[in-house]
Design a protein around this ligand. Structure first.
Ligand code: ATP
Ligand code: MG
Ligand code: MG
Ligand code: MG
Length: 577
């Protein structure tokens, strides 16, 4: 330890909200460079590599082949799938010296799809599972809790390629199984929940959530085994509220034809963002308004609906000049501020006073944990149809209700309980979304071109380090499970006696030769400092070589239980192996 590049801290970092962040920084495992961007110091890197090793072993067990794509990627493939646009502010974009557009990869579906397209052309070459453990970049709006939500982070992402849906189902099941093994080995409590496919597209999707009060995800589960992210809970459609009983859907704070500036001002006053103020440039990414004027065809004002190729904000902006305004909210703010939805979806907002019908097409993600009913304005002039996904809901009133503890599970398996979780893994049956967009086809058994069925599967490798630390640390510091610990044991040599350091060094060498990973605290520090650091660093076992040596004994401490026992020096090796 006198040589190890580490500096433990006695004070909590100022920005530490959660235990894992506090201890990983204080223990000298990671070090902040910028918001959401961290350096892995030697101790932290060893834990990260241990997580990677577990992931690699289990991926190899299902036949995954490891490769590595660059993080610096050209625009074109992401343009072809429309994600260059869909990601909005969520990705880091850059230019090369010739003015070419690049991005730092947030996830790599496009690259894997294109690689397989280039190299394979027959069903005989499938199924195929490829993966990488690689650094990803996302310009997260709220980087948080140290490495738990970084802007640069390590992800394991794998991709399966099958000739048909049955093959995809089998690949999906194999991954699901591998994920259970990985998370069992990492040793935290987790649940597998139904999830929204969101921007990734595709049919089936599940998340692995580490159960934790500091999690940002909310999930619902029932005693009968139902488990879903609240975003994905399928609530029974509520009864439409009769029109006369309905509160009017209008915006009090805005004049009849509000300007975009008014809406921005109201948004900033009512639901201020934490990171920066709302601006007119914040597009309403997930709602498409269709306006019907008397005697005219419905006119879509397409505003970046995920999966929709005809994103047309220019057109929207042109409409704004005619008194059509929109509320500048991002999808997650819709989810977090149901009141805002209530207040803002209305004729006042659109300023479309002479519209006869206004239809809202809402991406299901907007309705996170909410129910949507449709409405009409108090004067009865406008009928509002709020359409979730593409299913039409009947007329009624715009009203938002959240999933609550005690609500019945949709499958009748008992009352729901809500709890928080941290997303550790996410498996998607993508189907043909990326293969269609990028033209990945192979010849099938009959010599006909068939579109390849894909799955994509992610694990937050760096996040896992934080999640394990979060779940195992105590008031004294970190407490690693053996498989993840940077070292199996830490030898603390105390006192000024040269014989102590000699014995400690000899024991360290013997254990090292026997394959035990040993950290020897040979610093010239007080026993108190060394013990506190051993507890902070959290190796599973501490061996104290000190005063007892004169009587031929060492002390062996278990970090997790806090129990200690005296072991005869001569038996030490046998005891510790
Ligand atoms: P989240 O909901 O936490 O933002 P996500 O749904 O955006 O995660 P995916 O696109 O499903 O993430 O990526 C796969 C995995 O990568 C996630 O399950 C998570 O474990 C991890 N991950 C995603 N974003 C981050 C991040 N900013 N920092 C660390 N790990 C992350
Ligand atoms: Mg995310
Ligand atoms: Mg998520
Ligand atoms: Mg996810």
């Amino acid at each position: 330890m006198s040589e190890l590049f580490v500096r433990t801290l006695r004070e909590d970092p100022a920005d530490a909200e959660v235990a894992s962040h506090r201890w990983l920084v204080r223990g000298g495992y990671v070090r902040r460079v910028a918001p959401g961007i961290y350096t892995w110091l030697p101790l932290g890197l060893r834990v990260l590599e241990n997580v990677e090793r577990i992931v690699r072993e289990e991926m190899a067990a299902i036949g995954g082949q490891e490769l590595r794509f660059p993080a610096l990627l050209p625009r074109e493939p992401y343009e072809a799938t429309n994600r260059w646009t869909e990601y909005g502010d969520g990705i880091f974009r850059l230019h090369d010296r010739k003015g070419g557009d690049y991005l730092l990869g947030p996830t790599h579906e496009e690259m894997f799809t294109l690689a397989v397209k280039d190299m394979y052309n027959s069903y005989k070459e499938l199924p195929l599972t490829l993966y990488q453990i690689q650094t990803k970049y996302r310009d997260e709006p709220r980087p948080r809790a140290g490495i738990m939500r970084g802007r640069e982070f390590v992800m394991k992402d794998s991709y399966s390629f099958d000739i048909d849906e049955a093959g995809l189902a089998a690949s999906y099941a194999r991954h699901r199984d591998a994920y259970r093994k990985i998370f069992d080995r990492l040793g935290f409590e987790y649940v597998i929940v139904r999830a929204m496919s969101g921007a990734m597209g595709g049919s089936q999707s599940e998340e692995f959530l580490a159960v934790s009060p500091v999690g940002e995800d909310l999930f619902a589960r029932s005693p009968g085994g139902y488990a879903a992210n609240v975003e994905a809970v399928e609530l029974a459609p509520p009864d439409p509220v009769p029109f006369d009983d309905a509160p009017a859907a209008h915006v009090e704070d805005t004049p009849d034809s509000p300007t975009i500036e008014t809406l921005v001002a109201v948004a900033n006053e009512r639901v201020p963002r934490t990171d920066r103020p709302w601006t007119a440039a914040d597009t309403l990414k997930n709602v498409v308004f269709m306006i019907t004027r008397p005697g005219q065809e419905p006119e879509p004002l397409a505003i970046g609906l995920p999966g929709d190729r005809e994103v047309d904000t220019k057109r929207l902006e042109a409409q704004l000049g005619e008194g059509v305004a929109y509320a500048p909210f991002a999808d997650e703010d819709f989810a977090r501020h149901p009141d805002l939805v209530k207040g803002y979806i209305g004729p006042g907002v659109l300023g479309a006073e002479n519209a006869s019908k206004i239809t809202y097409l809402v991406d299901p993600r907007v309705a996170t944990g909410t129910r949507w009913v449709t409405g009409a304005d108090a004067a009865g002039r406008h009928v509002f149809d709020l359409v979730a996904g593409r299913d039409f809901t009947p007329d009624g009133v715009i009203e938002v209700a959240e999933v609550r503890t005690g609500d019945p599970a949709p499958d009748g398996s008992g009352p729901l309980e809500l709890a928080r979780g941290i997303e550790m893994g996410h498996v998607f049956a993508l189907g043909t979304k990326y293969a269609d967009a990028l033209g990945l086809q192979v010849l099938d058994e009959n010599g006909k071109l068939a579109t390849v069925q894909m799955g994509s599967y992610g694990i937050g490798v760096s996040r896992a380090v934080a999640v394990v630390a979060e779940g195992t640390s105590d008031e004294k510091g970190l407490c690693w499970p053996r498989e993840l610990a940077p070292f199996d044991l830490q030898i603390v040599a105390t006192g000024k006696d040269a014989a102590v350091l000699d014995k400690a060094t000899e024991l360290a060498r013997e254990l090292d030769e026997a394959g035990v990973r040993v950290l020897l605290d040979d610093r010239k520090a007080s026993p108190g400092v060394k013990f506190a650091d051993a507890e902070l660093l959290g190796m599973p076992t501490t061996v104290v070589v000190g005063r007892g040596l004169a009587d031929g004994v060492l002390e062996v401490r278990d970090r997790r239980t806090g129990m200690s026992e005296n072991v005869a020096v001569d038996d030490a090796l046998g005891h510790l192996l």
